[in-house]
Write a protein that binds this ligand. Structure first.
Ligand SMILES: [Zn+2]
Length: 208
């Protein structure tokens, strides 16, 4: 099962990816993590990516696609993969499709964990973290339930920042969602439910 995972920040796609990874042993390929690792390890593609990052430029699509195709040579991707963080635009999706078809490993689904932006704003702005142990709770936790430490709100969880992040996400991914819908690959799941209920729906919709 070859999957592209889509969803706004705070929609819970990380939770769903973790469940799929655990049950089906599909590798979770996060392009952000891969990029950081390649740069750290100094691979040829990592060096190329670093030159753009050092100049303050976005890493070009072909470099990221190179990383992804390189990653897909690993044996652990034989049963499939979950691609997270890429593509972000429809142009990137077209380029990715071309590469995957060369590898004869086309996508089976673009899985969208769909949550209304007002619900996400509510989720993220009520998030609080423990200063001492990093526990993630909500505004309802006066002190950390794990260690009794002081709870605080991260700067990027304030409402204006959250709304800005969601705007950026929606502008860039709306055409991407249309693209996958047009290819008949889009599987949209209502993510505003208990994570286990969402997961049951994910499995059913993917035919797993
Ligand atoms: Zn704590």
């Amino acid at each position: 099962m070859n999957i592209v995972l889509l969803g706004a920040p705070g929609a819970g796609k990380g939770t769903q990816a973790a469940k799929l990874v655990e049950e089906y042993e599909l590798p979770h390929i996060s392009t952000g993590d891969m990029l950081r690792a390649a740069v750290k390890e100094g691979t040829p593609l990592g060096k190329k990516a670093k030159s753009f990052m050092d100049a303050g430029d976005l890493v070009p699509d072909d470099v990221i696609i190179g990383l992804v195709t390189e990653r897909l040579q690993s044996k652990d991707t034989e049963k499939g993969f979950i691609l997270d963080g890429f593509p972000r635009t429809s142009a990137q999706a077209v380029a990715l499709d071309a590469e995957l078809s060369k590898l004869e490993r086309p996508l089976d689904a673009a899985l969208l964990i769909d949550v209304d932006s007002e619900v996400i704003v509510g989720r993220l702005t009520s998030r609080r973290m423990c200063k001492d142990c990093g526990y993630i709770g909500t505004a309802a936790d006066a002190t950390c339930p794990k260690c009794g430490g002081e709870m605080y709100q991260r700067d990027d969880d304030n409402e204006a920042t959250v709304r800005n992040r969601l705007d950026v996400y929606e502008k860039s991914t709306a055409p991407l969602i249309d693209y996958y819908r047009g290819c008949d690959l889009l599987v949209a799941i209502d993510g505003d439910r208990d994570p286990d209920v969402v997961y049951a729906d994910v499995k059913k919709s993917l035919g797993l």
